[in-house]
Design a binder for this molecule. Structure first.
Ligand code: ADP
Ligand code: MG
Length: 347
C-alpha cells in the first residue's frame, strides 16, 4: 500500500501593505519561485515524526503535544488541525524540502502549514477549498503557535501563482490578481538578520493596534479617516501605529492604481513612503535594514522597502530588468551580509 501524499506551496513577498491584514486593510503580496514541498505518510499511532532538510535531527512529537517553541510546532499544529477537520485521524510521518529561508518574512511558516493541510486534503479526498485551507492555516498560527498574524500569508501561499500580485481585501476576503510589470523585477534580498515572529515584537505591535481599535471602537483600524486619527486624544505610540495602518492602506490602493496604469515611478515612490512609515511610525525596521533600503534606491531601484513582519528578514526592491545585474553587484558589495533570494516579474 502506498499512502504517501505530497503537496507544495510557494514563499511569498509582500510588495506593500504591512500589518494591515489584521486591521481590516488591503495587502499586495506575490508568490515567489522559491517554495516548500511536503511528503506525508499517515501513521496508525499518534506520533508526528518530521524530517526536514533545514534541520539536522528529525523531530518526534505527539499529535496531542502543545506548542513548545520548537521548529516542529507548525507541523504538529497543522496535523492537529488536519485531525480536527477530519482529514486525518492519527499521527503522520512528514518529510520537508524547502528553499524558503525561515524567519525572513517570506512566509515559510504559512507555506509549511498550507502544504501539510493540502497534502492531508488530498489524502482524505476532501472538497475543502483553498480559501478554507488558508483560514485553517491561520488558525494554526493564531491559536496553536500564538502568532497573532492576519490572513495575508496563508491566502497568498494557498492561492497565488507567479506573474501576478494578489490585491487582497482582508476585511471582505475578496481579491483581484494584478499582473506584475514585465519591464521590472521585484527583487527580494535577505538582510542577513533573521527573527522569529514568536519572539514577542510582532505581538507587541498587534497589542498597540488593539489599543487603538478599542479607542476608536472599531476592528478596522485601516479604514478610519487619517484626520480622525490625527485629531484624536489617542496616546502617542498607538496613534503612530494607527497612522501607519491608515496611510499604509491608502498606499496599497495607490500601488494597485500605479501598476494598473503602468506607472512604475509612482509604484516605486509608494514603496519608499511605505518604508519610511514602517521605520518612523510603526517602528518595525532596524538600522541595518534602513541602510540596505537606502542604498538599494540610491544605486538605482525605483523603490525599496522592508517586507514581512519586520525586525529583520528581507527587503523588496523594484529595479528595471536591464539594470538588475549591475545594481545587484553594487548593493551586495556595500552590504556583504545581504544575499539575493529571488526575483519575480510579469510575462
Ligand atoms: P517566516 O514565516 O517569515 O519564514 P516564522 O517565524 O513565521 O517566519 O516561521 C518560521 C518557522 O517555520 C520556523 O521556526 C519553523 O518552525 C518553520 N519552518 C520554516 N521552514 C521550515 C522547514 N524547511 N522545515 C521545518 N520547519 C520549517
Ligand atoms: Mg510566518
Amino acid at each position: 500500500m502506498n499512502d504517501v501524499v505530497s503537496a507544495s506551496a510557494p514563499g511569498r513577498v509582500n510588495l506593500i501593505g504591512e500589518h494591515t491584514d489584521y486591521n481590516g486593510g488591503m495587502v499586495l503580496p506575490a508568490a515567489l519561485n522559491i517554495g516548500l514541498e511536503v511528503s506525508l505518510i499517515p501513521r496508525s499511532d499518534s506520533a508526528v515524526a518530521v524530517s526536514s532538510d533545514g534541520y539536522d535531527a528529525p523531530a518526534i512529537r505527539d499529535v496531542a503535544d502543545d506548542a513548545v517553541g520548537g521548529w516542529s510546532d507548525p507541523c504538529v499544529g497543522a496535523i492537529r488541525e488536519a485531525n480536527r477537520l477530519g482529514l486525518l485521524d492519527a499521527g503522520v510521518t512528514l518529510d520537508l524540502v524547502s528553499s524558503i529561508p525561515a524567519g525572513s518574512g517570506l512566509s515559510s511558516s504559512a507555506a509549511l502549514i498550507v502544504a501539510i493541510l493540502k497534502a492531508a486534503r488530498t489524502y482524505a479526498g476532501a472538497d475543502l477549498t483553498d480559501i478554507d485551507i488558508a483560514i485553517a492555516a491561520r488558525r494554526v498560527e493564531n491559536d496553536y503557535m500564538g502568532v497573532p498574524c492576519g490572513i495575508m500569508d496563508q491566502m497568498t501561499v494557498a492561492l497565488a501563482s507567479p506573474g501576478s500580485a494578489m490585491a487582497l481585501d482582508t476585511k471582505r476576503m475578496e481579491y483581484a490578481l494584478i499582473p506584475l510589470p514585465a519591464s521590472h523585477d521585484m527583487v527580494v534580498l535577505h538582510s542577513g538578520i533573521t527573527r522569529k515572529l514568536t519572539d514577542g515584537r510582532y505581538a507587541a505591535r498587534k497589542q498597540e493596534c488593539d489599543a487603538a481599535k478599542r479607542f476608536f471602537g472599531t476592528e478596522d483600524l485601516c479604514l478610519i479617516e487619517e484626520e480622525t486619527v490625527r485629531g484624536s486624544d489617542l496616546a502617542d505610540v498607538p496613534k503612530r501605529r494607527a497612522l501607519h495602518c491608515v496611510s499604509e492602506n491608502a498606499r496599497v490602493h495607490s500601488a494597485i492604481a500605479a501598476l494598473d496604469a503602468g506607472d512604475i515611478g509612482e509604484f516605486g515612490a509608494v514603496m519608499n513612503e511605505s518604508h519610511a512609515s514602517m521605520r518612523d511610525l510603526f517602528e518595525m525596521s532596524l538600522p541595518a535594514i534602513d541602510a540596505l533600503v537606502n542604498d538599494a534606491v540610491q544605486i538605482g531601484a525605483v523603490g525599496a522597502r522592508l517586507t514581512g513582519g519586520g525586525f529583520g528578514g528581507c527587503i523588496v526592491a523594484c529595479i528595471a530588468k536591464e539594470e538588475r545585474e549591475g545594481w545587484l553587484g553594487e548593493v551586495l558589495s556595500r552590504h556583504p551580509d545581504a544575499r539575493f533570494i529571488d526575483a519575480v516579474s510579469g510575462a
